[in-house]
Design a protein around this ligand. Structure first.
Ligand SMILES: Nc1ncnc2c1ncn2[C@@H]1O[C@H](COP(=O)(O)OP(=O)(O)OP(=O)(O)O)[C@@H](O)[C@H]1O
Ligand SMILES: [Mg+2]
Length: 280
């Protein structure tokens, strides 16, 4: 990678206030689709304790974030971060991964300041830096949110406690003073069975979902089992098409797959709808 080609990469972070909403699956697919389109991409696994990126991509990294932190702390001026990343490659599509530490003990020692330097360093070499996080407002995540160009706040419509936390998360993100376009509210597993409708949640959040991804357990689990992201698989599932459309939206390209449902009419119900009554 030539020093004269330095760029200022776009940082896209996946965040949520609940576990298992699809942060890792969607990050991996976004990295893959951007790489398929010819962009240089680095995917960062910031789920330090229980990171799944290497698992979802079937990678066996030699160096992890813990090694890279040690090298950065050594302040060797010859250190080049891209020389210590792990490559994912499938049928000619390739991108780099900065894996989470392998040991729980190493995860405790990762310093938010060093992570910030890693991200800033990666921005010099990659068009896109995709960041997979955990579901909490921690010091590290707050720093990552600040550094991000786009924050994808992921939600699912299932049970009341998850939705309550989504409301808290969305209100908190909106209170941080970011440009309103920076935070994108995305619904995953949209047609999963639930007594609560998408419109109920939009009423509660007082915001429409920016994009909607369908529920497809079979395709999602096959991709994890095989280590081939949905967007790189020959099975052209509805979920893969919806994931590609999310990338098109983020890269300002025409969208081929329209969200499966028309947005609900927020104005139909007065402020917040029936769900909000449960939380006040
Ligand atoms: N659209 C979808 N349809 C069906 N299953 C999905 C979908 N998206 C994700 N899943 C499944 O949900 C599970 C959780 O996904 P994932 O690991 O990406 O969530 P996460 O938000 O990263 O979780 P964690 O907070 O534990 O890191 C996985 O088994 C994945 O296959
Ligand atoms: Mg995850």
């Amino acid at each position: 990678m030539a020093e004269e080609n330095l760029i200022n990469g776009v940082v896209i972070t996946f965040f949520s206030t609940a576990s298992a909403v699809g942060k890792t699956l969607i990050s991996v697919n976004m990295a893959s689709e951007l790489a398929r389109e010819g962009y240089s991409v680095c995917l960062l696994d910031m789920d330090l304790q229980f990171g799944d990126v290497s698992n979802y991509l079937k990678l066996n990294p030699i160096y992890t974030m813990a090694d890279i932190q040690r090298m950065m702390q050594a302040e060797n001026s010859d250190f080049k971060i891209y020389e210590f990343l792990t490559e994912y490659e499938h049928r000619g599509v390739a991108f780099h991964v900065l894996p989470a530490p392998l040991q729980l003990s190493e995860a405790y020692n990762i310093e938010p300041e060093i992570v910030e330097s890693m991200v800033r360093d990666l921005q010099r070499y990659y068009d896109y830096i995709i960041v997979d996080t955990t579901s909490m407002f921690s010091t590290l995540n707050m720093r990552l949110l600040d550094l991000s160009t786009i924050v994808t706040f992921l939600g699912i419509v299932d049970f009341i406690p998850t939705i309550k936390n989504m409301k808290i998360g969305n209100d908190t993100l909106r209170s941080l003073g970011y440009d309103s376009n920076k935070i994108r509210l995305v619904l995953n597993r949209s047609d999963a069975k639930s007594q609560i409708s998408r419109a109920d949640v939009e009423n509660l959040l007082e915001e429409r979902f920016y994009h909607i991804l369908p529920n497809d357990f079979r395709s999602a689990s096959t991709s994890i089992k095989t280590g081939v992201p949905l967007v790189l698989s020959p099975d052209d599932s509805e979920l893969a098409r919806a994931l590609r459309s999310l990338v098109s939206l983020y890269t300002n390209k025409p969208v081929e797959y329209e969200s499966i449902a028309e947005p609900g009419d927020i104005s139909e119900e007065k402020s917040g709808g029936w769900l909000s009554k449960l939380f006040n």
